[in-house]
Design a protein around this ligand. Structure first.
Ligand code: PHE
Length: 344
């Protein structure tokens, strides 16, 4: 064995070490290059056959060769270990930014929020919440509410009829009052209920009308209920929903299903009662209708009007929303413009 042989052996070894990929390859290369059956080991065991001087020389050379191979292996091992660690981290990596939204989250529509709050206010006053269908029969929407066929008050409601059954027998409810009838049919007094929901009228949408809008109906039936109970309830509601300083008042009106009937006004939200253009300088804004339940309505559901008395009210949720938030056009609520919706 000559010195150039050892050098070639080292050069080959270093070359293979440099190309080894992965910790396992480095480990097996280490066994092959430095193990008991390696060329270096074989050369070392041949040293004994040399003359002392030559043995010393060759021994030094073999030691140096072994040291270089060991060093190269150590360096390569560190490199492949680091590469493997990186690829493992890469595989385990969780991109948390993926689930952190960069945009705002959505939320309930303004009208739904208002409906929920209204329900909460009444539930807080001891009321239950009931619902009824949007497609109604003439009986529930009109007849049972003391609007006989051809009653002129039917003209107050621009009814949308459905082509179902006999002509004009099925319609999209024009108010939530038919749910009063359904609640009374299903239960016995005392009743303290609110009934929110969608209503439909043949109206062209403008700043203060929508053909599809929302009402919340209220119905109380018990013994000895008076108009004073109605006025007090509406006043308590007004303050709970709009805040301290807001009052309500009743103005005489007409509905076939209540007697006496009234319009229900609240302190103008824009001028707080001083009088402005929006409230026609009166200081009041109209919120809905109300009154004492008509005896004919009690008769229609089989209640004895001599035993029971009650009041009902119904107001527009959409209108209440725009009043509460100072929005000047009802159509904003259905424009589906996120720049508008996002503000609430
Ligand atoms: N349903 C009536 C309307 O929509 C409002 C109302 C409800 C009036 C209850 C009196 C009692 O016009």
């Amino acid at each position: 064995m000559t010195a150039p042989d050892v050098r070639r052996l080292v050069t080959d070894a270093l070359d293979r070490i440099a190309r080894a990929e992965g910790p396992a390859a480095v480990r097996s290369l280490e066994a092959e290059l430095l193990g008991r059956r390696s060329q270096l080991a074989t050369l070392r065991s041949g040293l004994g056959a040399l003359a002392p001087e030559a043995r010393k020389e060759a021994g030094r050379e073999l030691n140096a060769a072994r040291a270089r191979v060991e060093e190269a292996l150590a360096t390569r091992r560190a490199e492949v270990d680091e590469a493997e660690r990186r690829s493992r981290l890469e595989a385990e990596r969780l991109d948390l930014t993926e689930v952190v939204p960069t945009r705002r989250r959505g939320h309930l529509h303004l009208v739904t929020q208002a409906r929920d709050r209204l329900e909460d206010v009444f539930v807080g006053m001891g009321y239950t919440v009931a619902e009824g269908p949007e497609a109604e029969s003439d009986w529930y929407n009109f007849e049972a509410l003391n609007f006989p066929a051809d009653h002129p008050a039917r003209a107050m409601y621009d009814t949308l009829y459905l082509e179902l059954g006999a002509p004009e027998s099925t319609l999209l409810r024009t108010h939530t009052s038919p749910v009063q009838v359904r609640v009374m049919e299903a239960t016995q007094p005392p009743i303290y209920s609110v009934m929110p929901g969608r209503c439909y009228r043949q109206d062209t949408a403008d700043a203060s009308h929508l053909p599809n809008f929302h009402q919340i109906e209220g119905l109380v039936v018990d013994r000895h209920i008076t108009l004073g109970d109605l006025a007090g309830t509406l006043d308590a509601f007004t303050e709970a929903y709009f805040g301290p300083g807001f009052r309500s008042r009743l103005r005489p009106s007409y509905f076939p299903f209540t007697e006496p009937s009234a319009e229900f006004d609240i302190t103008c939200v824009f001028c707080k009662g001083d009088g402005c253009r929006t409230c026609g300088r009166t200081g009041w804004l109209e919120l809905g209708g109300c009154g004492m339940v008509h005896p004919n309505v009690f008769r229609a559901v089989g209640y004895d009007p001599e035993t029971w008395s009650g009041f009902a009210f119904g107001f527009g949720i959409d209108r209440m929303v725009i009043m509460r938030h100072g929005i000047d056009d009802l159509r904003e609520l259905v424009s589906n413009d996120v720049r508008f919706l996002r503000q609430f």
